[in-house]
Design a binder for this molecule. Sequence first.
Ligand SMILES: Nc1ncnc2c1ncn2[C@@H]1O[C@H](COP(=O)(O)OP(=O)(O)OP(=O)(O)O)[C@@H](O)[C@H]1O
Ligand SMILES: [Mg+2]
Length: 343
Amino acid sequence: MDDIIQIKDMTKTFGSGDGAITALRDINLDIRRGEIFGIIGLSGAGKSTLVRCINLLERPTEGSVSVAGKTLTDLSEAELRRARQSIGMIFQSFNLLMQRTVLDNVCFPLELQKMPKSQRQERGMELLRIVGLADRANAYPAQLSGGQKQRVAIARAVANNPQVLLCDEATSALDPNTTRSILDLIRDINRTTGVTVVVITHEMKVIEQICHRVAVIDKSQIVELGDVSEVFTSPKSDIARELILPRHEDGSETGVIPQLVGTKVIRVVFNGGTAYEPLIASLAIDCGIKVNILGADTRNIDGKAFGSMLLGLPHDPLQAARAMAYIQDRQDVVAEEVPDYHA
Ligand SMILES: Nc1ncnc2c1ncn2[C@@H]1O[C@H](COP(=O)(O)OP(=O)(O)OP(=O)(O)O)[C@@H](O)[C@H]1O
Ligand SMILES: [Mg+2]
């Protein structure tokens, strides 16, 4: 596997002596080229420190960081400045230059690279078209909404075709609809350019909408890592359960496994022909497929099930189709797809 980011035995300590704070401890992390990798954790867990150590805005106290084949921790400041050109970053607070127009903000990194003015303005306009803001090229950041500001920041971050885009709580200041559209934009850019994206967030919705894999960070350490579907459907650490599983008002888990975006949901109706456990069990045994029970309204009469049950099929389209075919094939239940299911 082609890893674009490799973090080895990294520790980051702020200060020294009694006042020392270890923000990251023994971090080992490999991020694959082209993936959207999420890092989730509570406030203070060390998320921002981790992304800042990826581009060496913070220098790790111990260990090494490599990005796109260069060991950043071994480079001189001048070499590091050059290497950083392949890493773009966006923030919760947008960090735009308020005295410059939208276009000049986007062109800023190109200006630093000494690209001729006409060329960089052409590239700037192309980027503004990609993020849907070509008509605001001459506006100033103060005249834009939060979502628009973040679009400008994204255009600026990818202006010189970085190989990695770091996003630190990029949508935390935005409302849910704007968040969705910004995440869609990031995913589109990931698909069209192949840029590797690292997304830092404390919100599981962000992870489930765009990430392929996720690491859960708690108290300076990575406590869990895997495919999003795997971590979300069976979180192992306490902190992952806390972040991911829906809760009652008193804080107890509802027992409902979160519904992943894009998962196909079906309603299975039982008419007394069978009990429902065997259906789930035989899916697992005969097909090797694990389905999630999202909800059930069944009554058990003499060991026979009546009523219906909502099942979340696996993320993998092939497995989902196999599960669906298997259920439809059975004479004892009726299955139908539930379009646009929302938990
Ligand atoms: N420059 C610094 N000097 C001293 N301590 C710091 C510094 N930056 C971060 N820390 C400490 O490191 C720990 C991790 O902070 P960090 O900002 O990485 O957390 P976070 O997960 O990003 O939190 P949040 O979700 O609130 O942004 C915290 O205890 C914080 O106080
Ligand atoms: Mg932070």
